[in-house]
Design a protein around this ligand. Structure first.
Ligand SMILES: [Zn+2]
Length: 438
């Protein structure tokens, strides 16, 4: 009865271009994780039509109701769950532990070259099971993120669904490249904008170019305060921050705030940003406000650890402060989404390590999986991703071992589907190993 719709000789490479997602197909899932409840259902069927889940339930029922001749994908020996959503990445960055690493990418790599590397990063991300990314700023590569999104959507190159920010914003004198000879006219990693009216115009312009998100660097220059809190300098006046949020919301877009210290988190919450990135300096009073406002948090634990060496004496201390804050935030019920800041560390490393770090810091494996599925989908404002109920995009991953017992199993996937199309099928060579070196 089992007939694979996917020619054996093609399996293991990316088939997005070769296969049509239009014909209905049936997935036989040995174990299906309901990510909302944590229930593992056995012997389940998923009917896929035009890239979406059309029906789900016990295998006997779903297969009996499927049209005659429907092809079957046999995952009866695997754990199946929704495709993962990474809510904080930079596909156009390839690791910046030291400030020179960042400058080298901006100054020595052309935007076309960086875009080719971003395409390789997107391919790797998809093979690791990240079927959706929220990419938070092109870091000096203009709107190349939007070109990549377009190329992926058109099937030109393989990659996850992208939600993009285009150029992130920061104020004059607050973001690299800085401290070069004054007579040089150097590029910036952000769009520099100051003043309420200019901010409103700039937000409109980003949205005109295709920004799904408005990303703002809200603070910088962290120090350890005498009260033990991580303090920072804010980059904008309160009315300027409010202008970013108001204008983006007026245009139907959401807002993301880069914040590290207490002062930045306080300012971003006051302005009403939808998501906080990093936020190492979170404290109980700020958690209470975030919970009340429904603000999401992407803690970017792994990036903090990876770059610590290059961030001076406070680098390592900040990772300890963040670890303690993570436990508090979890207990307070802040909405935590998976966001590793991949790109701050190189795309030769699987961002799924962030899930294991979240579990080490107190989450249950189910909570970590929810952070990468239903919570992240909620952050994105979509009901079509992060679950496998009828109507959802048929984005799913499958693996041999139970991820509720061992979260690191999510770093060893066998199968990945995006929009009902198989994009990974093990055993194959590890795709990450195919990333070209610089
Ligand atoms: Zn980032």
């Amino acid at each position: 009865m089992i007939q694979s719709p996917f020619p054996r000789h093609l399996l293991g490479c990316f088939l997005g271009l070769a296969l049509s997602a239009q014909a209905p197909s049936l997935i036989h899932a040995g174990r299906l994780l309901d990510v909302r409840t944590g229930q593992v259902l056995t012997d389940q069927g998923l009917l896929v039509k035009e890239g979406r889940i059309a029906a789900s339930g016990p295998w006997s029922q779903v297969s009996a109701g499927a049209p005659k001749g429907t092809t079957v994908l046999d995952l009866s020996d695997q754990y199946v769950l929704p495709g993962l959503i990474e809510a904080h990445t930079h596909v156009l960055l390839q690791g910046n532990r030291f400030s020179q690493d960042y400058a080298d990418q901006i100054l020595k790599e052309s935007v076309p070259y960086r875009t080719l590397r971003a395409a390789a990063a997107a391919k790797a991300a998809l093979a690791w099971g990240f079927t959706t990314l929220r990419d938070l700023g092109s870091e000096g590569a203009g709107y190349a993120d939007m070109d990549l999104k377009r190329a992926i959507a058109a099937g030109v190159v393989p990659g996850p669904r992208l939600f993009v920010a285009g150029k992130a914003f920061s104020a004059t004198g607050t973001y690299p490249l800085q401290n070069y000879a004054w007579e040089l006219d150097l590029p910036s990693g952000v769009r520099v904008v100051d003043g309420v009216e200019a901010i409103r115009v700039a937000v409109r312009d980003e949205v005109r170019h295709g920004a799904d998100w408005v990303k703002v660097y809200v603070d910088r220059s962290i120090t350890l305060g005498t009260d033990g809190r991580l303090r920072s300098l804010t980059n904008y006046r309160p009315e300027e921050l409010k202008a970013f949020v108001d204008e983006a919301h007026r245009l139907g877009k959401r807002t993301s705030a880069h914040v590290k210290g207490w002062d930045g988190i306080d300012a971003a919450l006051t302005a009403g940003f939808d998501t906080l990135e990093h936020a190492d300096g979170f404290t109980d009073d700020l958690f209470d406000r975030a919970v009340k406002q429904g603000t999401f948090w992407c803690p970017t634990i792994y990036a903090g650890i990876w770059v610590a060496e290059g961030r001076g004496p406070l680098g390592r201390k900040a990772t300890e402060i963040l670890a303690a804050a993570f436990r508090k935030g979890l207990a307070k019920g802040v909405k935590i989404a998976l966001g590793s800041d991949a790109g701050a560390f190189p795309w030769t490393e699987n961002p799924a390590i962030e899930l294991a770090l979240m579990v080490e810091r107190g989450m249950t494996p189910l909570q970590a999986i929810q952070a990468a599925t239903v919570v992240a989908a909620d952050l994105l404002g979509t009901k079509e991703l992060g679950h496998l109920e009828p109507g959802a995009h048929a984005d799913l991953i499958a693996l041999s071992n139970d991820p509720l017992k061992d979260i690191t199993a999510l770093q060893r996937l066998r199968t990945v589907l995006k929009g009902g199309v198989v994009v990974r099928w093990e055993p194959t060579p590890t795709l990450a190993a195919e990333l070209p070196s610089r």
